[in-house]
Ligand binder design. Structure first.
Ligand code: ADP
Ligand code: SF4
Length: 695
C-alpha cells in the first residue's frame, strides 16, 4: 500500500553535520543487557532496527575507560583496541541496511562502581559512590585527571570511527556521566576554572565537544545528549534556567542535539505515569535557540503525533527507544501504508528490566526482541507452514492470542476457544485499572492481526471441557487457560496458609476486585507479590474513598518495580494520596476486625484495625483442563491428537511478557524434536570457545 502523504514529512532526509540521515526516524541510545558481553546478540538486534527503517541506530552507553566500569551492569565498552571488533559487528549490521550508526561514549564518573576493574572512581569532588550503597568514594579529579579524561574521550572517538560509527556522542544525559556531574552545582563544588559559575561548570562539556569535533568531525557527526531538566526543581538543572542556558551557549557547537529529561526514571516514564509526548513541555525551547537538528523522545507510536512534533517545530527527528523495541519495523510500516500493523509500545518498561537484571532485553509486545541472534527470530518474518497440523488453542489471553496470531501467519488452521465473552484475558481486565489503559494494546494488536487471517477463528463464550477437546478433531492442542490469584495468603513469605484468610468473607483476592467486588471500611492490602498490582489496587481503593494500608514483607512498596524504574514514583504516589505503607511487616492473621502484623526482623506483633483485606501473594495455574486431558499417548492418538502443550500462566504464572513469549515460542518451535540441547545459541568467551573438555 502506498504511504499516506500526510506522513511524507517523516521521510525527508536530514543533514547532521557531515552525514545525512535518510529520514526522521532516530533510534536513540538504549541499553539492552547484551553490550560488551553478547556482541553478536547486540549486533543482530541493532541490525533489525536498521532493517526496519530507522535512519539512525545508536548503541547504548559505551564506557570509554576502565575507571568507567559500571559492572555488574552490561553496557558497551571501548576501553582499548580490543573492543573495536565487537562494535564493528554492530556498525556492519546497521550499515547493511543503509542506516547511520551512532555511538554514545560515556565516562560514568561516580556512577561507575569499578567492581570489575578495581580502579578508583572519578568525580568533580570527593563524594560517595553513587552506585547503590557501596561503601566507597569517588575522588575529586585534579587538572591532570581532567586532561587525561579528555585524552581518553578523544581516543575513544577515534576508535569509534575506526569501528565504523558515523555519529559520535558526547553524553551529558540522565546524570550518569562526568560532563553532567561537572554541570550539576550540587555535585560540583570546585573552586578552579571547572567549578563555580555555569560557564566554568560547562567548560568540560564544551571541551569534549571541541575535542571530538577536532578528532573525528571531518567525517563523523558529533551529537550531544543532554538532559535539559532534572525534574528536581532548583536543586538540579531546570529547562527554563541552566538547561536553556547550556544550549544557548553551546547552540551551534555540536552537529545535533539529542535532548531529554533526567534521571532515567523520568526519561523513560511508564504509561502509568506519563502519556505519549510527555517531554514536549521541557524540550520545545531547544529548536528556538539552535539551528542544529534536534532529536527528542516521548514514547512516540502515533505517526500523527510524530508529524505534529515536526510541523510545530518541536523536533527534527522522532527519537525512540521503546517504540523501536516494541516494533523495530515502525518506520517501514508507516512508509508502506501499514500503520494499523504497528505493534505499539505499551509503556510497561519490561524492556528496562533486562538492563537491571543484567540479562538480554525482552519486550512485552515484541517477543522476538533480544532473540534475533540467539534464536534467529525476526519480528516480521516467520517460516511458513510445514505439514498438515491443525490447532485448537484454549484461552484467548496474551499467550493464546500471540500463539494464534503466529500460527495463523504461518498458514495453519487455528481455532481459539475462549470461555468468556471478552478476549484478552488478564490484559483486558488489568487495563481497566488506573493508568494501565495502554496495556490493552497487547490484545488489540493481536486481534487486529488475527482478523486479517481467514484461517484463524475465535469462539467466544466457549468454556471447553476435556471431552470437547478430544472430539474437536485438531491434531495439536494448546492450553493457554491462565491463572487465578490465591486467597489463602501463601506466597513468598508465607509458605503455609495465613490463619483466618480462607474462612473470612472479608478477604478478597485481586480477581475478586477485578471482577467487581468492592471491599468496604478500612482496607489492608497485603502485598507479597511485589510487582505493580498490590500498590495499584491500593491506589484504586483509595481513589474510591476508602482508608487503605499497604502491608508488605519487603523493604519497600512494589519492590520489584525498581527494575521498571517505577518504584520511587509508586511509593511517592501511595504516600501522597494517603495510603499508609507498612514495610518489613507480614500479615500473620486476619479475622474481619483487624489484621495482626508481624515485624519480619523481630517478630514483634501489633494489631491494625481493618474491616477488609485484599491479599496479593501468588497465583495458581488453571490446570483443570490439562489434568483432564492427561490420558496417556494411546487415548490421545485415538482422538487424532499429536500433542498437548500448556503455555503461559497456566504452565507457570509470570509476566505478560513471558506469556506472550511462550505463545510465540510455541508457534515457532512446536514441531522441533524433543532434545536436551540448550535451546539457543550462546556467546562463549573467545579465549575458551572451541576448546573441548574430556574430563
Ligand atoms: P495468559 O497470560 O497465560 O495468556 P490469561 O489468564 O490472561 O493467561 O488468559 C487465559 C484465558 O483463558 C482467559 O481469558 C480465560 O477465560 C480462558 N480460559 C480458561 N479456561 C478456559 C477453558 N476451559 N475454556 C476456554 N477458555 C478458558
Ligand atoms: Fe514498550 Fe513494554 Fe516493550 Fe518496553 S517492554 S518496549 S515499555 S512494550
Amino acid at each position: 500500500m502506498p504511504r499516506d502523504p500526510r506522513y511524507d514529512l517523516l521521510f525527508e532526509p536530514v543533514r547532521i553535520g557531515p552525514v545525512v540521515a535518510k529520514n526522521r526516524f532516530y533510534q536513540v541510545p538504549h541499553c539492552n543487557g547484551m553490550g560488551y558481553a553478547r556482541p553478536h546478540g547486540h549486533a543482530a538486534m541493532r541490525g533489525v532496527k536498521a532493517e526496519g527503517g530507522w535512519a539512525v541506530v545508536s548503541t547504548e552507553e559505551v564506557d570509554i575507560h576502565p575507571s568507567s566500569d559500571i559492572s555488574p551492569y552490561i553496557e558497551g565498552r571501548l576501553w582499548d583496541d580490543h573492543d573495536i571488533p565487537a562494535l564493528a559487528l554492530v556498525t556492519e549490521a546497521i550499515h547493511r541496511h543503509g542506516a547511520l550508526a551512532a555511538i554514545e561514549l560515556v565516562h560514568a564518573g561516580m556512577n561507575a562502581s569499578n567492581l570489575y576493574s578495581r580502579e578508583v572512581s572519578l568525580a568533580p569532588d570527593h563524594v560517595p559512590s553513587a552506585a547503590g550503597y557501596a561503601p566507597s568514594q569517588a575522588r575529586a579529579m585534579t587538572r591532570s585527571d581532567i586532561r587525561a579524561f579528555r585524552r581518553w574521550h578523544r581516543e575513544a572517538a577515534l576508535r569509534a570511527r575506526r569501528a565504523g560509527f558515523n555519529i559520535i556522542y558526547v553524553y551529558a544525559g540522565h546524570g550518569l556521566s562526568l560532563p553532567m556531574h561537572f554541570l550539576q552545582s550540587r555535585h560540583n563544588h570546585r573552586t578552579d576554572e571547572y567549578g563555580g559559575s555555569l560557564a566554568n561548570r560547562m567548560r568540560l562539556l564544551r571541551e569534549l565537544i571541541e575535542d571530538t569535533k577536532d578528532a573525528v568531525g571531518l567525517n563523523c557527526a558529533v551529537a550531544v545528549r543532554f538532559a535539559v531538566d532534572e525534574m528536581r526543581g532548583a536543586d538540579g538543572i531546570e529547562a527554563q534556567l541552566e538547561g536553556r542556558e547550556v544550549i544557548e551557549r553551546l547552540a551551534e557547537l555540536p552537529d545535533l542535539w539529542d535532548v531529554n529529561v533526567s534521571d532515567w526514571s523520568n526519561d523513560s516514564k511508564t504509561s502509568r505515569f506519563a502519556p505519549e509526548g510527555y517531554q514536549e513541555e521541557f524540550v520545545r525551547f531547544v529548536k528556538t535557540v539552535t539551528t542544529k537538528p534536534v532529536v527528542g523522545v516521548g514514547r512516540f507510536t502515533s505517526p500523527d503525533t510524530m508529524v505534529s512534533q515536526i510541523r510545530r517545530g518541536v523536533l527534527d527527528f522522532i527519537g525512540a527507544a521503546r517504540p523501536s523495541i516494541a516494533d523495530p519495523f515502525l518506520p517501514k510500516k508507516i512508509e508502506n501504508g501499514e500503520v494499523d500493523d504497528i505493534r505499539e509500545c505499551i509503556g510497561c518498561n519490561i524492556c528496562v528490566t533486562g538492563d537491571y537484571t543484567m540479562t538480554p532485553i525482552r519486550c512485552t509486545q515484541n517477543p522476538t526482541m533480544g532473540e534475533e541472534w540467539r534464536k534467529g527470530w525476526h519480528p516480521e518474518a516467520i517460516p511458513p507452514r510445514r505439514g498438515d497440523d491443525s490447532f485448537l488453542i484454549v484461552g484467548a489471553g496474551p499467550s493464546g492470542l500471540e500463539c494464534a496470531r503466529l500460527l495463523g501467519r504461518r498458514g495453519y488452521s487455528v481455532h481459539v476457544a475462549e470461555a468468556g465473552e471478552q478476549l484478552g484475558g488478564r490484559v483486558t481486565v488489568e487495563s481497566r485499572l488506573p493508568g494501565l489503559a495502554a496495556w490493552a494494546r497487547v490484545r488489540d494488536y493481536r486481534l487486529n492481526q488475527i482478523n486479517k487471517l481467514p484461517n484463524v477463528e475465535i469462539f467466544r463464550g466457549s468454556h471447553v471441557t476435556p471431552d470437547q477437546v478430544l472430539e474437536f478433531g485438531a491434531t495439536r492442542i494448546v492450553l493457554a487457560t491462565g491463572a487465578r490469584w490465591r486467597r489463602d495468603g501463601v506466597g513468598r513469605y508465607n509458605t503455609r496458609p495465613i490463619p483466618g484468610f480462607e474462612q473470612c468473607q472479608r478477604v478478597f483476592s485481586p480477581d475478586d476486585l477485578l471482577n467487581g467486588a468492592a471491599p468496604s471500611g478500612r482496607v489492608v492490602v497485603f502485598d507479597d507479590d511485589h510487582f505493580y498490582l498490590g500498590a495499584l489496587l491500593a491506589e484504586k481503593l483509595r481513589a474510591d474513598g476508602l482508608e487503605v494500608c499497604l502491608v508488605t514483607p519487603a523493604e519497600r512498596a512494589s519492590a520489584w518495580t525498581v527494575n521498571t524504574l517505577e518504584q520511587y514514583a509508586i511509593q511517592k504516589r501511595l504516600l501522597k494520596i494517603g495510603v499508609r505503607v507498612f514495610t518489613n511487616r507480614n500479615v500473620a492473621q486476619f479475622d474481619g476486625a483487624g489484621a495482626t502484623l508481624e515485624c519480619t526482623y523481630t517478630e514483634r506483633r501489633e494489631t491494625l484495625a481493618a474491616d477488609s483485606l485484599v491479599t496479593v501473594t501468588a497465583r495458581l495455574p488453571n490446570t483443570e483442563l490439562a489434568e483432564g486431558l492427561d490420558l496417556g499417548a494411546e487415548a490421545l492418538a485415538a482422538a487424532g491428537i499429536r500433542s498437548i502443550q500448556s503455555i503461559g500462566d497456566c504452565l507457570a504464572p509470570s509476566t505478560i511478557a513471558a506469556a506472550v513469549y511462550a505463545g510465540h515460542r510455541y508457534a515457532r518451535e512446536f514441531d522441533w524434536p524433543d532434545t536436551d540441547e540448550v535451546p539457543f545459541q550462546r556467546e562463549l568467551p573467545a579465549s575458551i570457545a572451541g576448546r573441548s573438555h574430556s574430563g
